[in-house]
Write a protein that binds this ligand. Structure first.
Ligand code: SD4
Length: 337
């Protein structure tokens, strides 16, 4: 859990360019960079940087990075997270590389590292997506241990609290608006947590990759899946343009194919921040301003030149940027509303 919030004003970074050399330059001229969503991204970036900083592969970095968050027991991403409304934790994840290879798992139970199962789907099957029981069977066959179905102490407490009213009011990441009794992401110490981490990276050879892993919405309907495991919605990578990952209200991100839309805007020449903003404007248009005020969404993107940016629907979305072992900081994304 990150307590330290070293926010860097976005304006001070200009548009987020780190002045990388052109993608057409020599491969070794690239400076690696990793971005991830929310405060937990700081710890995840550290693990990713161990790979990127020593010349490693972006795909390995985005897998290793989010595994840190999946393993954390803080009512967030992974098996420690909030369950669905039947009391069962179900996990979604996806991964994509610079060549358009991708893998995804959804509605997966009792597996600690869904992101690594997603990578196996990508590398060992002719498919992109496995769900539910089939995804679990595949994971076990691949040697992933089947964990006990117990809730973490934080999740148990949050679920018991939710059960008192059992109000079905799914809302994601709206910490600054006050949830009333429905505050799935508030920890006992008053800090807020988030149930997703999305990570995108460019390595020293200029290769882009991305990953996304989530427990989804706390106390969701059984079987509910958001944007996070859906290639094109929660995550998209195209080496000719860039990589983007989303967080927030999955249903609305799916409606605009969020990550793919951002990548297409970058292909048209937009800076990553501008591309994220444009996609967010589309989400706002589809949702309508009044309904949009009740949700949150956040996008981050890197283009193939190593420029980066992010945008939020509302205030409160931060993302972690790392481009050196001692340069790993949080950025407050500009809000649209
Ligand atoms: C979902 N997009 O399942 C995810 C939730 C999320 O921080 O991003 N939470 O809809």
């Amino acid at each position: 859990m990150i307590n330290r919030r070293r926010f860097v004003q976005y304006a001070s970074l200009g548009l987020g360019s780190l002045n990388f050399q052109s993608f057409r330059g020599k491969a070794e001229a690239h400076k690696p960079l990793v971005l991830s969503t929310w405060d937990a991204g700081i710890e995840a970036n550290k693990a990713a940087w161990q790979i990127l900083g020593s010349g490693g592969y972006a795909l390995d970095a985005v897998e290793a990075g989010v595994r840190v968050t999946e393993a954390s027991q803080n009512c967030c991403v992974g098996l420690g997270a909030n369950p669905d409304r039947d009391g069962i934790v179900t996990l979604d994840a996806c991964i994509m590389d610079e060549a358009g290879n991708c893998g995804s798992v959804a509605f997966l139970e009792r597996i600690k590292h869904p992101i690594s199962v997603a990578r196996r789907v990508m590398e060992k099957t002719p498919h992109v997506m496995l769900v539910g029981e089939g995804a679990q069977q595949f994971a076990v066959a691949e040697g992933f241990p089947l964990e006990k179905p117990d809730l973490s102490p934080d999740a148990k407490r949050a679920y018991e609290n939710w059960l008192k009213k059992s109000e079905y009011k799914p809302a994601i990441n709206r910490e600054n608006q006050g949830h009333g009794p429905f505050a799935p992401n508030m920890l006992d110490n008053g800090e807020w947590n988030h149930d997703t981490i999305g990570m995108i990276a460019i390595d020293s050879k200029g290769r882009l990759s991305g990953s996304c892993t989530t427990s989804g919405m706390g106390f969701k309907m059984r079987g509910r899946i958001g944007d996070s495991p859906i290639i094109g919605a929660g995550l998209f990578v195209d080496q000719d343009a860039g990589a983007a990952v989303a967080t927030g209200q999955g249903e609305d991100i799916i409606r605009i194919c969020g990550a793919h839309t951002i990548v297409e805007f970058m292909r048209q020449g937009m800076h990553p921040e501008q591309a994220c903003k444009k996609a967010m404007e589309r989400l706002l248009k589809v949702k309508g301003i009044e309904k949009a005020k009740a949700i949150q969404a956040g996008f981050i993107a890197i283009n193939n030149k190593g420029e980066y940016g992010g945008y939020a629907l509302q205030k409160g979305f931060s993302f972690a940027v790392c481009h050196a072992a001692d340069k790993n900081f949080l950025v407050n994304a500009k809000p649209l509303i």
